[in-house]
Design a protein around this ligand. Structure first.
Ligand SMILES: [Ca+2]
Length: 428
């Protein structure tokens, strides 16, 4: 009996265990179905199976599997050591602002090809008809470039628009003066030869190259064709000028046997150490070392000779004054007639005197000299007045800005003073 009772108990326990097992298995099935109604295998969180789930999930909801995918990743991330977490946080906070700016500028900067646009087709038609370029080659050339919207922004932010007290800080720093003295010393014989031939003193040629490219150290790294195309087709204010420069560029490259796709320069299309625009390159660049090429990118001889030649062509007078500070008495100067052509000297020193405007040292200058009247902002309220002679006007032919010509003149003076002091020291 005891044995019977024992065997009954064992039998019931086995049945009970079996029931519990069945129940557990059944529940497991239910829980799996509730997550996966299609009764499919639950995908593990990796990219391959996500692709499987994307087939089921409609396209518009295709981000859903990613959400599921990201959850376990998050838990994995939390397992990362707090040290690395801190480090990445620190790194991110450091470049957060930088990253944000980069992202926003990337978003705005959509670069597009000009191939197939009316404007480019018109330009190519003229180039083929007038200058016998190959249409096929031009199309191939323009297919290598894209627009540069950032250039339009730079054009509207040119330094020449800054007030004088900001502008002069850019160009009259110690480095530009010291490097100018070095440039003069290194190229003294070439500069002397250029002065002898064209009458332009070494300090002026040096200062021009200094203001333009820091003596060839910053020649610009933008594909010239991209900058010219952008300004020709996307900058209506001056598109006519830049279309003409782009044609000059193609003609110049063809004549000098240079590859137009590879030439680099400033965002406004200026090239080489003296930053000549293509039309100036064609008209005024010279071969000053007689090697049969006009190379403003690498030859210092050609660069110095070309700048001096440019100045002489635009009316530089040997030994004549450039500009002088003016002293003003009374208020008559406010009624002075304005020049018909901006920056052009229009009144003689005698006429200026009748309006109470005189050079600081009048005896140095002939009263028949013509000059332009220059106002410079030294601060928001303070002004300085100058009189610019013919040679000052010639400097503005290089860049049509009073600030530019003034910076060249002052830099030239500083370089000259330092150059003289250093050569005197050497003699003593
Ligand atoms: Ca040459």
């Amino acid at each position: 009996m005891k044995h019977n009772i024992k065997s009954m108990i064992i039998h019931k326990m086995v049945n009970l265990n079996f029931l519990v097992l069945l129940l557990l298995l059944g529940l497991g099935n239910v829980s799996a179905k509730s997550v996966n109604p299609q009764n499919e295998e639950i995908p593990p969180t990796n990219a391959r199976t996500d692709k499987k789930t994307k087939v089921v999930v409609p396209l518009s909801h295709s981000s859903a599997p990613d959400k599921r995918k990201s959850k376990p990743k998050k838990t994995r991330k939390t397992k990362r050591t707090s040290k690395s977490k801190k480090r990445s946080k620190k790194r991110h906070s450091k470049c957060r602002e930088k990253c944000r700016k980069k992202r926003s500028s990337k978003k705005k900067m959509i670069r597009r090809s000009y191939i197939g646009t009316k404007a480019l087709n018109r330009f190519i038609n003229i180039a083929v008809r007038k200058h016998k370029f190959s249409r096929k080659k031009l199309l191939a050339l323009f297919s290598t470039i894209k627009s540069r919207p950032d250039i339009i922004k730079l054009m509207n932010r040119q330094a020449e628009n800054f007030p004088w007290y900001r502008y002069r800080k850019i160009f009259l720093g110690k480095k530009r003066i010291n490097d100018g003295v070095k440039f003069w010393k290194k190229n003294a014989s070439i500069l002397r030869r250029a002065e002898k031939k064209y009458g332009v003193p070494p300090q002026i040629v040096t200062a021009i190259i200094g203001v333009e490219t820091l003596y060839g150290q910053r020649k610009g790294n933008i594909a010239i064709l991209e900058s010219l195309a952008t300004l020709s087709f996307d900058f209506p204010r001056r598109s006519k000028f830049f279309r003409s420069e782009m044609m000059h560029f193609l003609l110049m490259a063809r004549k000098e046997k240079l590859n137009p796709a590879k030439l680099r320069g400033s965002y406004a299309g200026a090239m080489g150490m003296p930053q000549f625009m293509p039309s100036s390159y064609r008209a005024y660049a010279i071969d000053f070392n007689n090697d049969g090429k006009r190379d403003l990118f690498n030859s210092r001889e050609d660069v110095i000779g070309s700048v001096a030649h440019y100045f002489s062509t635009f009316g530089w007078k040997r030994g004549r004054p450039i500009v002088t500070r003016a002293r003003i008495t009374g208020n008559k100067f406010r009624r002075m007639p304005k020049p018909k052509r901006r920056l052009k000297p229009h009144l003689t020193l005698k006429q200026y005197a009748s309006y109470g405007v005189k050079p600081l040292v009048p005896s140095r200058y002939k009263s028949s000299y013509k000059a332009s009247f220059i106002r410079l902002k030294l601060s928001k309220r303070k002004r300085e007045y100058w009189l610019g002679f013919g040679n000052f006007y010639t400097i503005t032919r290089y860049n049509h800005s009073t600030h530019y010509a003034m910076a060249v003149h002052l830099l030239a003076q500083k370089i000259k003073a330092k150059y003289r002091a250093s050569t005197k020291r050497r003699k003593n």
